[in-house]
Design a protein around this ligand. Sequence first.
Ligand code: NAD
Ligand code: UDP
Length: 319
Amino acid sequence: MNRILVTGGAGFLGSHLCDRLIARGDDVLCVDNFFTGSKRNVAHLLSHPHFELMRHDVTFPLYVELDRIFNLACPASPVHYQFDPVQTTKTSVHGAINMLGLAKRVRARILQASTSEVYGDPEVHPQPEEYWGKVNPIGIRSCYDEGKRCAETLFFDYHRQHRLEIKVVRIFNTYGPRMHPNDGRVVSNFIVQALKGEDITIYGDGQQSRSFCYVDDLIEAMLRMMDTPAEFTGPVNIGNPGEFTMLELAETVLRLTQSRSKLVYQPLPQDDPRQRKPDIALAKEKLGWEPRVALEDGLKETIAYFKKTIGDAGFTARS
Ligand code: NAD
Ligand code: UDP
């Protein structure tokens, strides 16, 4: 049985990863400080004999014994990572140093959840892993973008300097059940607004694009990446190459929820990337992976989840 540490394991992606690891028989230590994650996301695992939950902030050292580490701890939505930007950089950088130090001590293989934000507002489209990105180092998104870039640097230096077995995945926008309803991300915002009959907030002209990957596809790719031969480090893009404008997304959400919400236009946030779409040729080649869930199918699952969540919070859907 593998002993696996998942940092950020009570978050959106982390909780789905814990589900898959437990289902295949691993021993899972989930570490989280509950900044954006919640015990509720892993409540169903708490009584499982192979699951353990620890409240811990990865900016402080951690001494445990294990075989593999998935390092996911970090707020991921702009609203959350801009709430305390200094802590966001600390989480990425000090968190990476602590988890890499742990991996070095116990000789564990370690995977970093990096991000498409390392490409910034890209001038190359779609983005291959060789592209170095166009990132503002002093803007309001920099705490996240540069924190994640520095974490990648640390991973590759530990690999070169200490022969650590590292894996780096660059995750593009991912959505699905257990997204935080107030995280301000576009999928959760649009669905919650549509279900509550509130205005759908389009930032800018709505022509900016994103590629949306369903969570189950993403987790499958992360698991495959962890099991690749030691010499393959990545970075490897994981995402769904289907590209949609925010207006297209809004129209799809309105149709699927049968909502009568109106579109309203609000200013585009600073440094908001115009376009983003992964080149997944490397993931196809090295992981034998490509996404299977179409946007509409994934949105239906996510809408069903939010209908229940909003109901739990005492709201009623008007769809
Ligand atoms: P999330 O906010 O739901 O999960 C992050 C988790 O990390 C939360 O449970 C949070 O409480 C925890 N955390 C934050 N700071 C911590 C700290 N200092 N110590 C311990 N735990 C801490 O976000 P998510 O969408 O699940 O993202 C998970 C990872 O994947 C993040 O590293 C994120 O950067 C990366 N990622 C996500 C996406 C996406 O679209 N969801 C895209 C690119 C990268
Ligand atoms: N966006 C929007 N309305 C919202 C929330 C976001 O139009 O209510 C836009 C946002 O400006 C960006 C895109 O949707 O262009 C994706 O935003 P998100 O925060 O989900 O992800 P990121 O910008 O980090 O890719």
